[in-house]
Write a protein that binds this ligand. Structure first.
Ligand code: ZN
Length: 294
């Protein structure tokens, strides 16, 4: 079994209510990344945020400064977002990755491609109407090919974000045709907390994806859940040889750390499960080698 790869999902677009430990500024992101690395994460994923207000930001200098400070603080692989809040313009989505690559100290190691176009509907039981009327996460085949090509051109290794079984078929097709590398890290997303675009965040919801991970691909898949506690899915993944993507960006984790844990405490909870299951934890250099990254 491969050693366990843990991706710490630091902040997404989450605010500090109910958990104040969401990092916004480059300094906060780097400090948090180093603590997660210390706890066992080998990859750190972040979104640039306004340092004061936490508003989503597409400022490439914030992306680059965060990466520079993470790299100075630890050896974790660095993965900024490519999603940029449902922006459809190709240049806007990739320009921060290209900007970061101008300096080896701030370059991105990994760039996540969401292999699906999805309606971001919001609904919870009891709501009279479904929200998210105009929210579509647009990822046409053409856009994905272009993003993959431009990321690889500047040394950022693409990884796949998987939303449904169709995503896994695109993954296989892209690997077979050389758009994506032969060995690839793929995060299998489930969604809860009102976001109804993904599979349910249950073992069955996850397994429906795991069952369709293409056999022809050297795919290192990771369990993830946006909007709910992912530790049970993490345990399932650890048992099956999968990996884990988890953090306060997805969910506040009131169940651990006295109710307001740090990202590092969430990572430590995953490591505890891995220890109990006898699964070793991968270091960043081991993940780099396994994925053929720089
Ligand atoms: Zn993200």
């Amino acid at each position: 079994m491969d050693k366990l790869i843990i991706d710490a999902r630091l902040n997404e677009y989450t605010f500090r209510e109910p958990n104040p430990n969401i990092p916004f500024s480059p300094e906060e992101i780097a400090r948090d990344a180093a603590a997660c690395r210390e706890a066992g994460a080998s990859i750190v994923h972040y979104h640039a945020r306004d340092p004061e207000t936490g508003a989503p930001s597409s400022d490439p200098t914030l992306y680059a400064e965060s990466a520079r400070q993470i790299r100075a603080a630890c050896d974790a692989m660095i993965m900024p977002t490519l999603g940029a809040n449902t922006v459809t313009d190709l240049d806007q989505r990739i320009s921060h990755i290209e900007f970061m690559a101008k300096d080896s100290a701030s370059r991105a190691d990994l760039a996540p491609l969401d292999l699906a176009s999805i309606s971001l509907g919001m609904w919870r039981e009891g709501m009279a109407e479904v929200g998210g009327d105009d929210l579509v996460y647009y990822n046409s085949v053409g856009i994905l090919k272009a993003l993959a090509g431009r990321a690889r051109a500047v040394g950022a290794l693409p990884l796949a974000a998987i939303w449904n079984v169709g995503s896994l078929r695109i993954l296989e097709a892209f690997v077979q045709t050389g758009v994506l590398p032969q060995t690839i890290f793929a995060e299998l997303f489930t969604t809860e907390g009102g976001l109804i675009a993904g599979h349910p965040g249950t073992r069955r919801g996850l397994q429906a994806l795991v069952d369709f991970v293409p056999e022809s691909v050297d795919c290192l898949w990771a369990a993830a859940c946006y909007g709910a506690n992912a530790l049970d899915l993490a345990e399932s993944a650890i048992e099956q040889g999968g990996h884990v993507a988890i953090g306060l960006g997805d969910y506040a984790y009131p169940e651990i750390g006295g109710g307001q844990p740090t990202n590092a405490e969430v990572i430590a909870a995953v490591v505890e499960i891995a220890d109990r299951k006898g699964r070793e934890i991968a270091t960043p250099s081991e993940v780099r080698e396994r994925l053929g990254a720089k």
